[in-house]
Design a protein around this ligand. Structure first.
Ligand code: SF4
Ligand code: SF4
Length: 168
């Protein structure tokens, strides 16, 4: 299979996942990047470039780079976009494709997902340090124990299904 054929098929898959948002309507104004939360801390992360690269068929290259996982899914880019392209939808679709194609997400994300599946939280409950360098926990502050979020079994199933391949 040539790269061209693979790329054409993968772009079609991407478009099917995105649905109503049409990346081909993007005219590269970069408004999405100007408002992007992830771009504020990671200047190489530029959603308008992902849309352009996806339009040109470089989907496989984006997936291999793993950069899409920096997206916080805050949806600001969708609100800034005058063309209703909503780069976030392209990026979420790319994340889905990435898992489908077997590309591993960042280790930290896998670790956090495991914690959510096992404990209902992204990390263990930590003690905090006071200005006097004392460590205190929820108990000593009179706070109740943290409860699992509602419908955790449902979320566990979905997360296990989505991340199951890469968590083995
Ligand atoms: S959803 Fe992702 S790409 Fe869009 S503004 Fe937020 S961090 Fe940036
Ligand atoms: S704001 Fe919309 S039209 Fe402008 S570059 Fe981003 S995706 Fe393209």
């Amino acid at each position: 299979m040539t790269t061209e054929v693979f790329t054409t098929r993968i772009v079609e898959e991407l478009k099917n996942i995105i649905g109503v948002h049409k990346p081909e309507f993007c005219y590269q104004c970069a408004k999405c990047t100007s408002g992007c939360t992830a771009n504020k801390v990671f200047s190489e992360y530029r959603p308008h470039e992902f849309v352009a690269l996806a339009n040109m068929g470089y989907v496989e290259e984006i997936l291999k780079s793993g950069v899409i996982w920096a997206c916080t899914e805050c949806w600001k880019c969708g609100q800034y976009c005058p063309q209703e392209v909503a780069p976030v939808e392209v990026i979420i679709a790319l994340k889905n494709l990435s898992i489908i194609k077997g590309y591993a997400p960042p280790k930290a994300l896998v670790e956090m997902t495991k914690n959510v599946i096992e404990k209902g939280l992204i990390q263990d409950i930590n003690q905090v340090m006071t200005k006097d360098f004392e460590f205190i926990d929820r108990d000593s502050l009179g706070l109740p124990p943290l409860e699992e979020p509602p419908q955790m079994d449902k979320h566990r199933n979905i997360l296990s299904k989505f991340f199951g391949v890469v968590m083995k």
